[in-house]
Ligand binder design. Structure first.
Ligand SMILES: [Zn+2]
Length: 230
């Protein structure tokens, strides 16, 4: 496997889990592809090896906001494991990538029977829950410009690149703010030379100063994301 294409959970498992690994297939994940739909038991489980999947919660009036993000640190369907509750959010690819995929039913069985797998996934569920707690407070208390800086840094970390593409509609949706507000915030970050932002193409020009412009949540989230054995 290309060393760039790795998943932290799969990396952390003992080499002898041959039967488990034999169930995994490498698949491409184009932008916009559905990973799972609300209230449905997923058919597949995806250990992302590149790209970013966003978890989105939609309200009755159609308004939606990002309520989670998965990249190579976890398995996107982990919230479906270990209990019978249905997951009300949907998850889809925000930045195209790749995954090692297996049948969700197989993962459910192996989650019960393979202790190292269960421990690695439980650790990533804990990290995700703690990240979500931080984001709830962030979205309530921090200004859009510092949240946007934080989000650009989170995306850059996950794609391991200073350049990536996101749609403008999506940008506003992800921050739970109006599109004009987010465009103005992106413009402000651009004017002081931290990023270049044009038609959804983001280029982080000065990471150090962008970290300075981001709210205190960024280092907290980075630490939690990297907490899973790499
Ligand atoms: Zn914050």
């Amino acid at each position: 496997m290309n060393s760039h294409l790795t998943n932290n959970i799969l990396n952390s498992l003992p080499a002898q889990l041959h039967a488990f690994r034999a169930k995994l297939t490498a698949v491409p994940l184009p932008v916009g592809m559905s990973i799972y739909e609300p209230h449905e038991i997923p058919k597949f489980a995806h250990f992302l090896t590149s790209g970013i999947a966003s978890v989105v919660t939609t309200m009755k009036d159609g308004g939606s906001a990002e309520t989670g993000m998965w990249a190579k640190e976890g398995v996107a369907e982990c919230m479906h494991l270990g209990g019978s509750d249905r997951v009300p959010s949907r998850c889809f690819m925000q930045i195209a990538g790749t995954a090692m995929r297996m049948l969700f039913a197989d993962l459910e069985r192996d989650f019960e029977s393979l202790q190292p797998l269960r421990e690695a996934i439980q650790h990533s569920i804990q990290s995700q829950a703690l990240i979500l707690s931080q984001l709830v407070a962030c979205n309530r208390l921090h200004e859009v410009e510092e949240r946007l800086a934080r989000w650009f840094l989170m995306l850059g970390d996950r794609v391991q690149d200073d350049q990536f593409h996101i749609t403008q509609e999506f940008l506003a949706e992800m921050l739970g703010s109006r599109r004009t507000t987010v465009t103005m915030a992106a413009g402000a970050l651009q004017r002081i030379g931290l990023i270049e932002y044009q038609r959804g193409h983001v280029h982080i020009l000065d990471r150090e100063r962008l970290e300075g412009a981001a709210c205190e949540c960024y280092p907290v989230i980075r630490r939690l994301t990297n907490g899973v054995a790499a």
